[in-house]
Design a protein around this ligand. Structure first.
Ligand SMILES: Nc1nc2c([nH]c(=O)n2[C@H]2C[C@H](O)[C@@H](COP(=O)(O)OP(=O)(O)OP(=O)(O)O)O2)c(=O)[nH]1
Length: 315
């Protein structure tokens, strides 16, 4: 097993959500590419201390508040790195390139993955995804009441919605999805359709969500290359399949006991963290969680939480 080089990097956000990137010098590893500022952790140093030291050395800023964003293992052939990225939302000082490196502020949507090292792809996806995914788990017995409820969730900040309505006929699902996509477009939220990709081929959407059975039967990534595609996973084999298919994100469940699956034993946060660490993907924690669990989720390597009961507004 080659030595793993632990690299700390900061995703430093400004008030409008743009992220600071720096250009790596031409002569170093991955030279000439844009990076998230940071560098190697020193022996005996905690991740937070290493991040603070690197950002002070490279940018002249003092980190005040940060939290884990994503950990990416990547094998470059000549070296294996663990890129441990923390999101920095508060700092003192004005960032400037203390080593002469050019800097820029980019919205995550503007980042061209080809201009960054290969290890950075999941970081860019992670920056484009919000910390909460709303799953519309209760069956829409009355579409207008369901859409009004979705509208309230969007008004109160939902940014990513998975439309899950397995009891509906294909035709009713398509109609509901069209109306839901209109609502999401009005607030800039993204709509993921949890349905057989063939049934929703021409339905407007921002992505597809696959269940674990469909995930394990597919041989290639479905959908358009420009849309988000993710899957529900319950074990490391399914997570590995999501990576092999080139999906953008995964859900891993159940983290805690849930009323909907009382027979399934929960993973708990430590197993969740150990499994998530193996996959270079943003992974949402699911199962018995609410926004009160968000900090635990971040500390255990999650992109955030996905929830039905915990996020659907009251009727
Ligand atoms: N900081 C940073 N490093 C990255 C990113 N993506 C990526 O593959 N890397 C790789 C490139 C390098 O192999 C390694 C970072 O090492 P580095 O050379 O910048 O570390 P350092 O600042 O401690 O410098 P030194 O000790 O080598 O002088 O991580 C990224 O977004 N940010």
């Amino acid at each position: 097993m080659p030595e793993i080089i632990h690299v700390m990097a900061g995703a430093i956000a400004d008030a409008s959500g743009r992220i600071l990137v720096g250009k790596r010098p031409d002569h170093v590893h991955q030279g000439g590419l844009w990076e998230f500022p940071g560098g190697k952790l020193e022996p005996g140093e905690s991740p937070e201390a290493g991040l603070a030291r690197e950002l002070a050395e490279e940018l002249g800023i003092q980190v005040r508040a940060s939290r884990p964003l994503i950990r990416v293992h990547h094998d470059y052939g000549d070296r294996h790195i663990l890129l441990d990225v923390h999101r920095v939302d508060d700092y003192a000082g004005v960032p400037h390139g203390r080593e002469g490196q050019p800097l820029d502020w980019l919205a995550p949507e503007e980042m061209d993955p080809a201009a960054f090292p290969a290890a950075d792809r999941p970081i860019i996806t992670s920056l484009r995804l919000p910390p909460l995914m709303l799953i519309t788990g209760e069956e829409p017995d009355r579409p207008d009441a369901f859409l009004a409820r979705l509208g309230r969730a969007l008004e109160t900040g939902a940014r990513l919605v998975q439309l899950r309505a397995h009891q509906l006929s294909a035709n009713d699902y398509v109609h509901l999805a069209q109306a839901a996509c209109d609502l999401c477009d009005r607030t800039g939220a993204k709509l993921l359709l949890n349905r057989d990709p063939a049934e929703v081929a021409s339905v407007p959407r921002h992505g597809l969500h696959l269940n674990s059975q469909v995930l394990m039967t597919l041989r290639e990534r479905p959908g358009r290359s420009s849309e988000l595609v993710g899957a529900s996973c319950h074990d490391p084999v399914q997570l590995a399949r999501a990576v092999d298919l080139g999906l953008d994100y995964a859900l891993l469940s159940p983290v805690k006991p849930t009323a909907s699956h009382p027979e399934t034993s929960p993973l708990g946060w430590n197993t969740f963290a150990a499994w998530v660490d193996l996959v270079p993907l943003p992974v949402y924690a699911l199962g018995g969680l609410t926004t009160d669990d968000l900090d635990d989720a971040f500390q255990h390597g999650a992109q955030g939480i996905a929830a039905i009961r915990g996020l659907w507004p009251a009727r």
